[in-house]
Design a protein around this ligand. Structure first.
Ligand code: TRP
Length: 329
């Protein structure tokens, strides 16, 4: 029985947050046993928006792999590699660009949105328009059947399937499977100020944050603004601390809610309980990161080994693709 192939990737843009851990990484870790997994640090994708200042790319690549390993990705089980080390991504991207109508790329819903949202950058580039196509190349290069992603990537998977279909149709083949989307389970995790967690708001908690830092951030979390004294009855529905309890402290949740509504537990005490839970949850990850932090040679070895293994699959695909489009002598 051959395992199905999974491909997924993340852009190396900085330390991963708690949301990346819960939304994606934890899921990847679980998939490692049942699938042939490839996980790519998609640095070319990062460059589509960071091209003006790529100074952090290399450092971010190392740090992201450290986060991945700390969360439990295992280079013995999964192929962990950097996109730009496997040139097949670029070659397939180029070949697919021949058959992809511009209009398909222009109408990807996130395209105009992103250009608007990141106004300080000039994203009127060829590379940025081709972002979804590069992503399609990532996936099709390994003929992955399944792609675990968040909701925001659904349109990109849709266009990947359209491109696979178009390739198969044009060259009368069934070479590329149409990859299916495996939606990450969403857990709504607010930032410490209660707004959406986002680097631009400065309200994030990193997945590999030091325990003291985690405690500090929990202390800063906003609670029910209507609660002035500690024995005032509280409303957990509007409390950030409670939102975190509901994810990290399921066992005590009912008790926390009851005590809050009756004003029997003060916010300080409630935050201490959460901080205990959260730091315990993150402790193994933090410890693993501490052990890996100085070992950049080891990380580089993992990426080199991963690139070798990925290249074997990629080269075979490209060989067959070249044949299909008559580029072979
Ligand atoms: N665009 C994805 C994101 O921002 C990252 C990505 C690049 C990806 N290539 C991929 C995800 C291929 C899944 C499969 O999250």
């Amino acid at each position: 029985m051959t395992k199905k192939t999974i491909f997924s990737g993340m852009r190396p843009t900085g330390r991963l947050q708690l949301g990346n851990l819960l939304g994606a990484l934890d899921n990847w870790v679980k998939l490692q046993d049942d699938y042939r997994c490839l996980f790519g640090v998609v640095d070319w994708h990062a460059l589509t928006t960071a091209y003006e200042d790529p100074s952090q790319l290399q450092e971010n690549t190392y740090q992201m792999v450290i986060d991945w390993l700390s969360a439990g990705l295992d280079p013995e089980k999964s192929i962990i590699f950097r996109q730009s080390d496997v040139k097949g991504h670029a070659e397939l991207h180029l070949l697919l660009s021949m058959i992809t109508p511009l209009s398909w790329l222009e109408r990807v819903p996130t395209y105009k949105d992103q250009i608007q949202q990141l106004k300080e950058k000039n994203l009127g580039t060829y590379g940025f328009l081709g972002y979804p196509l590069l992503m399609a190349a990532d996936i099709l290069l390994y003929r992955a059947e399944t792609v675990p992603v968040g909701e925001d990537q659904v349109p990109h998977l849709e266009i990947t399937r359209e491109i696979a279909r178009r390739f198969n149709y044009l060259y009368q083949t069934d070479y590329f499977p149409e990859p299916e989307t495996m939606l990450n389970e969403v857990k709504i995790l607010p930032g410490i100020d209660g707004r959406k967690m986002s680097k631009s708001y400065g309200n994030t908690i990193d997945m590999s944050e030091a325990p003291d830092e985690v405690r500090k951030k929990v202390r800063q979390m906003v609670t029910d603004p209507g609660r002035i004294r500690k024995d005032d009855p509280g409303n957990p529905d509007v409390c950030t601390v409670y939102a975190f309890h509901s994810i990290f402290n399921a066992e005590e949740l009912a008790e926390v809610e009851r005590a809050c509504r009756r004003g029997e537990i003060g916010c300080v005490q409630c935050k201490n309980r959460l901080a205990d839970r959260l730091t315990a949850f993150l402790a193994p990850i933090y410890e693993k990161r501490q052990a890996l932090e100085g070992q950049l040679d080891y990380i580089r070895d993992i990426l080199q080994e991963g690139a070798k293994r990925a290249s074997v699959i990629a080269e075979q695909t490209m060989d067959e693709v070249r044949e299909i489009v008559n580029l072979k002598l």
